[in-house]
Design a binder for this molecule. Structure first.
Ligand code: AMP
Length: 215
């Protein structure tokens, strides 16, 4: 099964992709995570990528498409994958369609997580993750069960993303509305687009997604 989770930054795509990935045994492909990993490794592209991401703009399509093209060939994608943060432009969606055709594969669901703008800023500004395993947390909505210790791996160091600031969120939302929102009519035409209320509690969103996938 191949799925896309679509929505603005802070909508909960990463959280739901983690849940689905564990439940269904699908690979989670987050282009944001892949880019952050590339930046961490250094190299000639690293600074350019870091600058674009810190500004809240989108990384050029050719870089992203090449990254995904390579990633979906990995063995963990054989059963399917959940795309989190990709595609973000019509050009990326068209490139994905071409890749799927070439592989004789198809998209099963595109699920939009709908969240009000006002909620996104506090969601983004409060989030952090375990430095060791990447498990996600939030100051208000999801704190570790034992204070200062990661639920998943017991790690004691936590990090916040450099672009998760109130200043950058505005620009990231602008990019979303200008470049990513046109994907909704694009996928609506294919009949595989569903919308869930991303304002609801994590568990309720999870149930809504489950029922879409069970259809
Ligand atoms: P995310 O972790 O999905 O919020 O992505 C963080 C940043 O990485 C975004 O603000 C963009 O600068 C960049 N990025 C991630 N995915 C894409 C994509 N599919 N296309 C272009 N830029 C992306």
């Amino acid at each position: 099964m191949n799925l896309i989770l679509l929505g603005p930054p802070g909508a909960g795509k990463g959280t739901q992709a983690d849940i689905l990935s564990q439940r269904l045994g699908l690979a989670k492909l987050s282009t944001g995570d892949m880019l952050r990993e590339t930046v961490k490794q250094g190299g000639k592209l690293s600074q350019k990528l870091q600058d674009i991401m810190s500004s809240g703009a989108l990384v050029p399509d050719d870089i992203i498409v090449a990254m995904i093209r390579e990633r979906i060939k990995a063995p963990d994608c054989t059963n399917g994958y959940i795309l989190d943060g990709f595609p973000r432009t019509i050009a990326q969606a068209e490139a994905l369609d071409a890749m799927l055709v070439a592989e004789g594969a198809a998209l099963n669901h595109v699920i939009q997580l709908k969240v009000e703008d006002a909620a996104l800023v506090s969601r983004i500004a409060g989030r952090y993750s375990c430095a060791a395993c990447g498990a996600g947390y939030h100051d208000s909505y999801k704190v570790p069960l034992k204070e200062g210790e990661c639920d998943s791996c017991g790690g004691k160091e936590f990090i916040r993303r450099k672009d998760d600031t109130a200043e950058t969120v505005g620009k990231r939302l602008e990019s979303y509305y200008a470049q990513t929102l046109p994907l909704l009519p694009y996928y609506e035409k294919t009949g595989i687009l569903s919308t869930v209320d991303g304002m609801a509690d994590i568990k309720i969103v999870e149930k809504q997604i489950e029922s879409i996938i069970a259809r």
